[in-house]
Design a protein around this ligand. Sequence first.
Ligand code: HAM
Length: 437
Amino acid sequence: MDTGDKEKPTKNLELRAPRGMEDILPHQWRLWRWLEDTAREIFELSGYHEVRTPIFEDTRLFVRGIGDTSDIVEKEMYTFADSEGSSITLRPENTAGVMRAYVEHELYKTQKFQKLYYIGPQFRKERPQAGRFRQFHQIGAEAIGVAGPQVDAEVIEMLDHLLRHALHLPGVLLHLNSIGDAACRPAFRERFAAYMRDRKDELCPDCHVRLEKNPLRIMDCKNGRCQAAVAGAPKAADHLCEPCRAHFVRVRDLLQAVSVPYALNDRLVRGLDYYTRTAFEFTASGLGAQNAVAGGGRYDGLIETIGGPPTPAIGFAVGMERVIHCMKQAEGAGPVPRRGIYVANADEVAARKAVEVAHDLRLAGFRAATNLEGRKLSRQLGHADGGSYLYCVILGEREMQQGEATVRDLTSGTQETVPFAELTAWFKARPAEVAAP
Ligand code: HAM
């Protein structure tokens, strides 16, 4: 799987995009824009505001925030020394950066409960494979400042709205777990590690290291023998302290109230160390092994870890390449809808008028193009039709003499004459699609 129609370069080019990184070409933007616009619309319905943070940050932010035993920090970060000798890292995810901005700008002083969202590229030096890139894009949302289970349910409901009801991704499934908090997780971690230590011989070499550094990550291992060893291991959900248990029960109850279907997945631990309590992932069909289209959870300790006041928070991020791939499969390539106006001209004199007409149409809010390539009139008409325009304004010799344009409806093929002075008004009276961007 790639994210779409990657053009196969015909020449043996020496310079190409870096491994695991892709260009998003003009013909792919329709789906990307649709995804971005839909997400913005839905997030803003729930009162989220957009933030943008730098593409790179002080390396210490990720080491402290994501955790120095996570795969991301151990193996996958693009880390450089800048010319001033500080260590910087291309962001592997955006939650830590948004929390850094929240603390740095003391956003909690203006309003304790903040709902923020972001869209942008992230970087992880993973082994590229279908659905896994080294530069990929996320749309994420973070609800900061409230600890109650209603927030968890609202955040998950919003993501479900986007993936299932707005984008209609095929086979969407919410996997839900609670991984406890600082009060109950250490004891569970120890029980789990003791169980796995007894089965050390069954584990892969990577899990031997995990057993020492971050035993709960063994649950994520894709190796069949490790999964078999994990099958009978203690489960986090059975070892929650009373507040964590009650929180989880309420989250599930609220999800039921808003008809968000979920499957309990007691092996879901997530790859970032900042999570507490609720952890979740959405998978979709048709993606192969990398089938998580979004992931998130509560992270009540992160803001304090990076130097802010103790502040609970929860959020998620959607992997845009994976969603685009699902949407393409679901809708097929789909015809490009007709939109806008092509202004065709027969000669030099009409070309001047065409520039003027296209200019006036754009000022009035219409998408308009004219003949900049020096094509003959017959080829311009073919181009207007093949280029998915809705209308063609024809400026020939006769039209120039009479001061009125021929306007051809490219869907029906019918024509009308419209005086030059009335062209903009004539289009304003047409269906809204003519003005669609
Ligand atoms: P994450 O699970 O690491 O969580 O990433 C979220 C989503 O980004 C994944 O479900 C996947 O769709 C996409 N993704 C991750 N890595 C890649 C990759 N190498 N190539 C393509 N897509 C990828 C986070 O990043 C957390 N910051 C989410 C969060 C926000 N938790 C709380 N708030």
